[in-house]
Design a protein around this ligand. Structure first.
Ligand code: NAD
Length: 357
């Protein structure tokens, strides 16, 4: 179980330290190796994704990634900015399946902008296709409008497309994720308007034959957006394309109200994955020891579940996180009166202690 540890910038190193501590007490034989990425990669080797870092990530079974980005690099040309590292890793590692759980522990129900009874206990997973769809389809650009009432004017255009194999592989990821959870999958499309998504729906329906233990439903994206804020707990796993997934996953993330709590995974066809918190490098609080490490610790749990198939260890970590929240421990971002404010390190130590209990 080779894991590349890429802490990155800002709060990245602080939160990664806590996740590594947690991995080290599980009693498993992980091989961990650390390398600089993002601004740290640029500072050390003149590139946000240095060759050695990429080689390490390619050779590993999984990558545990902190966050990248620092205002001091904002003036660099785009190709050298820290954020390019994450795009480069996704592309180079072929990470087409983005898994974003949105979990709201009952203890944190007050952090959501929605009524506690709507979101308390929420536990859904959004599986977003990450490398296709209208975001990557060709041709695209600005041209002279060829027909219609605006003929001759300039028009912007993009191409929505999905190949059968692209849909099949993300559908497999989603069905398999559903098998590890509540065995219900909602495929989100716009089949009533878009040919691409009628095709998507047909292929997902076909792949379903291989997963008779999972209940499949189809839902139009506009209805899915509405249901996500009306009754989000109705969902178990949602699978959708790149653009719809981009929008719905941010919406789902905000249901929980606390960005410091949300892990994510990006997987390739053989379940090799990159695991990272959903938030950025938070330069405003970097070095202060107050960042919430739980999203990163929960990302490590996802790594055990999806890349290493160690469900029991993943469950142990998630239970330990629930237990520290139940004890009333809170970092500043999730603090409420009546709870105990702790720093990054104390929170990490509390999870380690709960694991040992
Ligand atoms: P951000 O997620 O870093 O921060 C947004 C707000 O949330 C800040 O107030 C921050 O203090 C807070 N926050 C974030 N994570 C937290 C945590 N674990 N605990 C407590 N508070 C937390 O987003 P931003 O400010 O828009 O971006 C900052 C930098 O991060 C930019 O350079 C951006 O490009 C980069 N970024 C990187 C990634 C990534 O590495 N995958 C993702 C998003 C943004």
């Amino acid at each position: 179980m080779k894991i590349a540890i890429l802490p990155g910038d800002g709060i990245g190193p602080e939160i990664i330290d806590q996740a590594v501590k947690v991995l080290n007490v599980l009693g498993e034989s992980f091989e961990l190796e650390t390398a600089p990425v993002g601004g740290a990669g640029y500072a050390a080797h003149g590139h946000p994704l240095p060759e050695n870092t990429l080689a390490l990530a390619k050779a590993a079974d999984a990558v545990l990634f902190g966050a990248v980005g620092d205002y001091q690099y904002d003036k660099l040309e785009r190709a050298l900015r820290p954020e390019q590292a994450i795009l480069g890793l996704r592309k180079q590692l072929g990470l087409f399946g983005n898994l974003r759980p949105a979990i709201l522990y009952p203890e944190l129900a007050g952090a959501s902008t929605l009524k506690p009874e709507v979101v308390s206990g929420l536990d859904i997973l959004i599986v977003r296709e990450l490398t296709g769809d209208i975001y990557f389809g060709q041709p695209r650009g600005v041209r002279e409008c060829p027909d219609g009432p605006f003929q001759g004017q300039r028009e912007g255009y993009d191409t929505m497309r999905y190949a059968e194999g692209e849909i099949r592989r993300i559908a497999h990821v989603a069905f398999q994720a559903a098998q590890k959870r509540g065995k219900r999958l909602t495929s989100v499309d716009k089949a009533n308007v878009l040919e691409t998504f009628q095709f998507w729906k047909d292929i997902v329906t076909d792949v379903h034959q291989e997963y008779p233990d999972v209940a499949l439903e189809h839902m139009y994206v506009d209805n899915a957006a509405m249901q996500l804020v009306r009754a989000p707990k109705k969902f178990d796993v949602i699978v959708t394309g790149n653009m719809f997934g981009d929008i719905l996953s941010d919406c789902a993330a905000m249901l929980t109200g606390s960005i410091g709590m949300l892990p994510s995974a990006s997987l390739d066809a053989s379940n090799k994955g990159l695991y990272e918190p959903s938030h950025g490098s938070a330069p405003d609080i970097a070095g202060k020891g107050i960042a919430n490490p739980l999203a990163t610790i929960l990302s490590a749990a996802m790594m055990l579940r999806y890349t290493f198939d160690k469900t029991e260890q993943a469950d142990r970590i998630e239970t330990a996180v629930k237990s520290v929240l139940a004890q009333g421990l809170r970092t500043a971002d999730i603090f409420e009166p009546g709870t105990t404010r702790v720093g990054t390190e104390e929170m990490g130590n509390a999870v380690v202690k709960a694991l040992a209990a």
